[in-house]
Design a protein around this ligand. Structure first.
Ligand code: 7RM
Length: 635
């Protein structure tokens, strides 16, 4: 299934469009199935109903673990690099990972978990996080990993939406020189989570935590009570594998659902091809497992290929801005997959932290999460890849499960800032506002997909109608990505950013409505409007316009801090506005809709070209906002 030349890519692409079922069946056959599927694909985008390899029986962990024991039991599966560089690295071979996963799967069972149960995982970037994820998959429980930066309130919302019965967490986490109390946050969340019967707590920081009798148990104690024998649960290809919550244009995050068979085939296929992984290579994806990039390209994609995946606990700038390069040097990393925001942040330290680091092991560089600007692309190419490593700018989403548009490393000719061409099986289409296809090259429009690929989401948990509404109703018969896109004269794709009310802050998806709801919860706030604005490092920053009840001129700074604290508490620190401007009114149409276009312009610092303001209820409001002094929000 590995593409080795551009001709082979074109041939695979042609086949995948002409005969998608046979194309994917051939790839799927390379995996271990307990029973063959009855039909490769059944779909319609109207309901939507999408089924890949239905009737096929498998367990993804047999493909990620058991299958490799014969040939590479002693090969590293996971290399763990701790936050503190003076502490030892941990290497788990395939045999060791298999044993741990089986043991923890038995722990889950001992604590009441069964096939189909939902389990919330809220953990730092430690090997046990990967173990917990795989252990769920082993017994057919559905994991819902919640990123460690989310607040108690966000955890509770996610636990309740999926009615999780177990939470797996750790006492605390270390990131840079900070200690983060994870169990305390979980305890706060659980006050409002009646479905949770058990909490399994890993000892990581040895900080003091409260352990509630009858509910909370220690990971280490439990692991001693079980054996490393745990037969894998037989799953249908279309049984749920996991839920991952992601932000959209409404206030409430959606639980994106992925299923076992299609997700496995798609992440494994895209991992091998995009990165051109060769056995023995060390793959370093810097994302957190709490995001889809970590699920697909730290855990499932690499392990399904028998790869060695590096898991890093810390942050790029601690103890200094050379940390990534030290890791590359120390572990002889071959593939580095990171986000533009990290590149821009490291770029701001100059090349000094790169000097003296041996980066010669690198073969492929990857980028993901947001559009990469030209300057960052070249810095990455010149200083990290030394102009000898292809850069794969991979475009995809939580909902797509894996990479859809990307160069194939060393095979597709790259072009800075372009995600280039669709992978085999991916059929992009650009449409205008009315859903009319925009054909030809040198055009731009809204990016949609006209045919399913095996990794596409199947539903949003507990609310199928919402899935239909959000992704399949804007343009009939198409999956709508929410992204704007340009197709240049060569037919190359460049994703320009969201066209809906979703922000991309440091590669994290945040809904403007979510932030507004959080701000509005602060006492004294009457109304707010949140927009994104260009930010040198984060890509987008969060700009909030806030109306308060009374005249606040003399205590603006204090209120600003209170609002930040409120947002932190309601969503998490990642959603804190970078700028807060107090205003007396918001620009609204006669029907009461906030004109965000105008607010975005002002936030960008462009107060001259506000466009048509004649439909505004009260045009004076805009003048007021323009005059308003802008004071940067203090964190
Ligand atoms: C993988 C991930 C998805 C949104 C997506 C885009 C943006 C992601 C790129 C990109 C330009 C890229 N999943 N995005 N990758 N934009 N070029 N290579 O990030 O669900 O968290 O976000 O991220 O707007 O819709 S995500």
């Amino acid at each position: 299934m590995k593409i080795q030349t551009f001709d082979q890519y074109q041939e695979a692409y042609r086949q995948s469009v002409e005969d998608p079922e046979n194309f994917w069946a051939e790839i799927a056959q390379e995996f271990q199935w307990r029973k063959p599927w009855k039909r490769v694909l059944q779909w319609n985008f109207d309901e939507p109903s999408i089924k890949w390899f239905e009737g096929g029986k498998l367990n993804i962990t047999e493909n990620c673990l058991d299958r490799h024991l014969k040939d590479r039991a002693d090969q590293p599966a996971i290399i763990w690099e701790p936050n503190d560089p003076s502490e030892p690295t941990v290497t788990l071979t395939y045999q060791m990972l298999y044993d741990q996963v089986c043991r923890f799967a038995n722990v889950l069972k001992r604590n009441g978990a069964k096939k189909g149960d939902r389990i919330c995982i809220y953990m730092p970037m430690v090997p046990e996080l990967a173990v917990a994820v795989l252990a769920c998959a082993r017994i057919g429980a559905i994991h819902s990993v919640v990123f460690g930066g989310f607040s108690a309130r966000s955890i509770a919302d996610r636990i309740n939406d999926a009615e999780c019965s177990i939470v797996v967490t750790s006492d605390g986490a270390v990131r840079g020189n900070k200690v983060i109390p994870m169990k305390d946050t979980v305890d706060d969340a659980l006050i409002a989570c009646p479905s949770v019967k058990r909490v399994i707590v890993l000892t990581q920081t040895r900080s003091a935590v409260s352990m509630i009798k009858g509910r909370d148990v220690w990971w280490e104690t439990e692991m001693k009570q079980v054996t490393s024998e745990c037969p894998a649960e037989e799953m249908d290809a279309e049984d749920m594998l996991f839920i991952l919550y992601t932000s959209g244009s409404t206030g409430k995050p959606k639980g994106v659902v992925h299923t076992c068979g299609g997700y496995m085939v798609f992440t494994a296929y895209t991992f091998q091809n995009v990165f051109q992984y060769e056995l023995g290579d060390v793959h370093f994806c810097t994302a957190d497992i709490g995001w889809i990039t970590g699920h697909s390209y730290i855990v499932y994609g690499p392990l399904a290929n028998g790869a060695t995946t590096l898991l890093f606990e810390g942050v790029p700038t601690w103890p200094d801005a050379g940390r990534f390069w030290d890791i590359v040097d120390k572990h002889k990393v071959n593939i580095l997959y990171t986000a533009p925001t990290a590149i821009r942040s490291l770029m701001s330290f100059g090349t000094e932290p790169v000097e003296g680091k041996d980066l010669s092991s690198l073969k492929v560089l990857g980028s993901v999460g947001e559009p990469i600007n030209e300057e960052a692309w070249h810095w990455y190419d010149d200083n990290i890849g030394k102009n000898r490593c292809p850069i794969v700018d991979t475009w995809w989403q939580t909902e797509t499960g894996g990479i859809l548009i990307s160069p194939i490393a060393g095979i597709t000719k790259t072009k800075p800032t372009y995600a280039t061409l669709p992978l085999p099986g991916v059929q992009p289409i650009l449409v205008d506002e009315n859903g009319v296809e925009i054909e030809g090259n040198g055009v731009s429009g809204n990016l949609c997909m006209k045919f399913p690929w095996p990794g596409i989401l199947r539903t949003t948990y507990g609310d199928h109608e919402r899935c239909r509404q959000t992704y399949f109703s804007t343009y009939k018969g198409l999956y709508f990505t929410g992204d704007g896109c340009l197709r240049d004269e060569d037919g190359y794709y460049r994703i320009t950013g969201r066209v809906d009310d979703v922000l991309n802050v440091s590669g994290h998806r945040i809904g403007t409505a979510e932030v507004e709801n959080a701000i509005n919860m602060h006492t004294g706030v009457v109304e707010s409007a949140v927009v994104g604005y260009p930010h040198d490092i984060k890509g987008q920053g969060i700009y909030a316009y806030v109306i308060t009840e009374s005249d606040t001129a003399h205590e603006e700074d204090l209120i600003r801090r209170d609002i930040l604290a409120t947002v932190s508490r309601i969503i998490g620190p990642i959603a804190k506005p970078d700028k807060i401007q107090f205003v007396r009114g918001l620009p609204k149409t006669r029907s009461g809709k906030i004109m965000r276009r105008i607010l975005r312009k002002i936030a960008e610092g462009d107060t001259k070209n506000l466009g048509d303001t004649s439909t505004l209820l009260d045009p004076n409001v805009v003048e007021d906002i323009k005059q308003g002094v802008l004071i940067e929000a203090k964190a």
